[in-house]
Design a protein around this ligand. Structure first.
Ligand code: SF4
Length: 305
């Protein structure tokens, strides 16, 4: 790598490692003595996840084990040797599970319908079973920040729920803890990193299924915003970490029915009649938004005078 390129790569690597380290710490994802099963699909995200976790394993003050697991779903054309070759060369402990979910999915799902949801359900069940067999205490998945935001928007648009993809969760059967250490990492950083590291990527469309169309549309929308309004995705992610139940509308989450005037000013002051604060930090605001904020702020200033 030329000097300038090397400098750029070092910065990128540092940023991804820092993002992963922060997520692990913020959510207490990995503890001393953990055996972490890293799910490796052969895509850019899971290679990056494994690579960064291996680095953190070397420098962390705690001790934990890593075992990479790939599920060979018997899709036609799946290059069986790629992952074992890579993992052996890297000296990573790994296990390849062979389960022909491809045939099941093809048999059960009518032609032309998307097969992804049944396929992922089957995959999930198998991975949980394998985690038990391997004595894994954590299951690490390669979802990143952009996946979390896309999921939030998809749930809002099509599911009627304010719900994203959590960085850490207990599985439905209550038996495992799933972690997403890339939760703070940007997809574009991961893509650049995977390219620079020349990971032997296995294409994800071998099964011939269409990627979920709605997700594709949301992804394109976010990418468009990112170009037009830099900082908007960061702001949306911050929103996931700054939830204000009293300013949403879920009576299960906040006791709206029983709230009473107390006669005492709230700690944050009364903002009931103020225009909404659009963003938390000027760093996230593009010029148009700043203009809009300035316009919104005028009546407040006049009111104060
Ligand atoms: S793209 Fe293919 S392998 Fe991936 S989840 Fe969908 S059906 Fe399964």
């Amino acid at each position: 790598m030329a000097g300038q390129q090397q400098y750029g790569f070092n910065k990128l690597q540092k940023r991804i490692r820092r993002d992963v380290g922060r997520a692990i710490e913020d959510f207490n994802m990995i503890e001393d003595g953990d055996r972490v099963m890293v799910c490796l699909s052969g895509g850019k995200d899971s290679y990056t996840l494994l690579d960064v976790l291996r680095y953190l394993q070397r420098i962390a003050p705690i001790s934990f084990e890593l075992i990479a697991v790939n599920l060979d779903q018997k899709q036609p054309g799946f290059p069986e040797h790629v992952l074992p070759d890579y993992l052996t060369a890297e000296g990573v402990d790994f296990k390849i599970i062979e389960e022909d979910t491809y045939s099941i999915v093809k048999e059960k799902v009518p032609e032309g319908k998307t097969t992804c949801s049944l396929c992922s359900r089957l995959r999930r069940g198998i991975l949980y079973r394998v985690a038990t067999e391997l004595g894994a205490t954590k299951i690490a998945l390669g979802h990143h920040r952009d996946d979390l935001i896309e999921t939030m928007l998809l749930n809002m648009f099509y599911g009627g729920k304010l719900k994203a993809m959590p960085p850490k969760l207990v599985t439905d059967n209550g038996e495992h803890v799933v972690i997403r250490p890339l939760a703070y990492a940007r997809e574009k950083d991961i893509a650049k990193y995977a390219e620079a590291m020349a990971f032997p990527i296995i294409p994800c469309n071998l099964c011939g299924s269409q990627e979920n169309l709605q997700r594709k549309v949301v992804k394109q929308m976010l990418q468009g915003w990112d170009k037009q309004f830099p900082g908007r995705i960061e702001s949306m992610f911050s929103a996931l970490q700054n939830v204000v139940p009293s300013h949403l509308a879920d009576p299960q989450l906040y006791p709206f029915q029983s709230i009473q005037a107390t006669g005492v000013a709230g700690a944050d002051g009364d903002t009931a009649f103020d225009p909404p604060e659009l963003v938390g930090s000027a760093a996230f605001v593009d010029a148009d938004d700043q203009q809009q904020q300035a316009e919104l702020a005028i009546p407040v200033v006049q009111q104060v005078r």
